[in-house]
Each structure stands twice: as C-alpha cells, then as structure tokens.
Design a protein around this ligand. Sequence first.
Ligand code: ZN
Length: 275
Amino acid sequence: MEHWVLGYESSIRLSFFLGLFVIMAILEAQFPRRQLAHKPMRSGRWVHNISLSFLASVLTRIILPISLVSFAIDCQASGMGLFNLPFFDDTSGLLLFVISLVLFDLIIYWQHRIFHFVPVLWRLHKVHHSDQHFDVSTGIRFHPLEILASIAIKFAVVFIFGLSAESIIAFEVMLNGLALFNHSNVKIPLSIDRLLRKFIVTPDMHRVHHSQIPSETDSNFGFNISLWDHLFGSYQDQPKLGHEGIEIGLREFNKGRKPLQFFKLLMMPFHSSQK
Ligand SMILES: [Zn+2]
C-alpha cells in the first residue's frame, strides 16, 4: 500500500487538479454567476495566477527534502504522533481516517483566520485577496511563501497527530478540489446552493469572503466544511450588495483596469500591509 501511495500520489493529485480546473473553467464560461471580466483583464489575471501557482509548485519541490506523505509514512513506522500510539491500535482505520479529515479541515480554517489577523501573515495572504475578479483561477492564486508556510503547518500537524498517508492524500485532493469549486464563477441554482451549504462551502458562500467590505472579508473563512463558520461565529449568509453588486478584491488595488502583474504580486508582501 505504501509503495502504491508513494508511486502514484503526484499523478493522482495532478490529474484530479487539472481535470477539475478545466471542468470548472468550462462551466463558469457557460453558466457565469457574475458578468465575466473583459478579455484583457481575464486572460492577464489567468496568466499571472497560473504562473504564481506554477512557481509555488516548483519551489516546494526544490525546497522540501521530503513530501508530506513520505513524512507521514516515516512517522507511522517510528510510532510518532498521537494516532500512532498503541492506545489507538484497536480503533477502526475508517474512523481515524474520517477524524483526520475533519481535524485537518478545522486546522486549515483557523490557519486561514490567523492569516487574516496577524499582519505579517496578511502580507502573504493579501496576494490571494488582491484579485479584482473571482473565478477558478483565484483558487490557485497564492503567494509561494504562503504555500510554504501552509505546508510547514501541515508537517507539524502530521507530526503531532500521526495522520496516515491515505488521509493526507484524501485531504489534499479534497482541499484543492473544493478550492477550485468554491472560487469558481459558476451559477448554481439557489435551492442547490442552500442544500450544499449545509455541508460544504459553495461559491456563493466563499464569494462573500472576497468582498472589499472589511467585515465581509473577515467572514466565511472555511474552505471545505461549512460548519466551522457557523460554530465560530464567522458566517455571513450573503454579501450586503448582492452577488451582482459585490465589489471583489481590496480597495487599495481598485485603480486601473489592468490586472496586477506577476512580479508585483511576488513583491506585494514586502510592501505595505494595510487591509
Ligand atoms: Zn482569506
């Protein structure tokens, strides 16, 4: 099992990611929730957002000596981490798997909140929020340093809790997949949105988080399970200006009809950190 996991992990994740990216891109072009941006803005943003994501993947591969999955297998082999203690020997693997996914998602929720409120971390995360439009490409627009910080947190989580390789792969596929889904500009019928929202974060729910109104930016932090925002008081049902009127992005980048350039995005954390 371990060899199988290690051998196919990257291929599984990459195929799933690319497949879903293309599907969401087609769906949002066919059934847009909001009017599409004019073409130069749209294609420019896509080039910069995809470039950021590509750079983050390359840097991660170069910098990290070991993948998160290999690390989990090593932890398991040496009995490190809470779930690898003998106490959990009789616990069903399926139960631990489900607990691991929920636990990981809870930590990612709080990680997101902390990235909003700690100024130095907001400098990294604001690159994601500086996107003037909201579509599937926004879901991969993260500064490489934010990706590296997030991976460091995941290593700590795996070390502390001893999460299995299978649960990590499942979580990463779920996180990447739902990030593409809930950043997309796809029109979902209200009744289906209402039903989905009971369980997962939908595009209408996450769009509120990309509003320029600070109280809306600081709401709906969840990426996967919608429960956390209800539980921790950060849920906002709809944007004040409605989904057609909502202004996306950050006020400081309102000027200009051109998308922010790749190099400017890379240097953004080293400039001002106002929200
Ligand atoms: Zn955010």
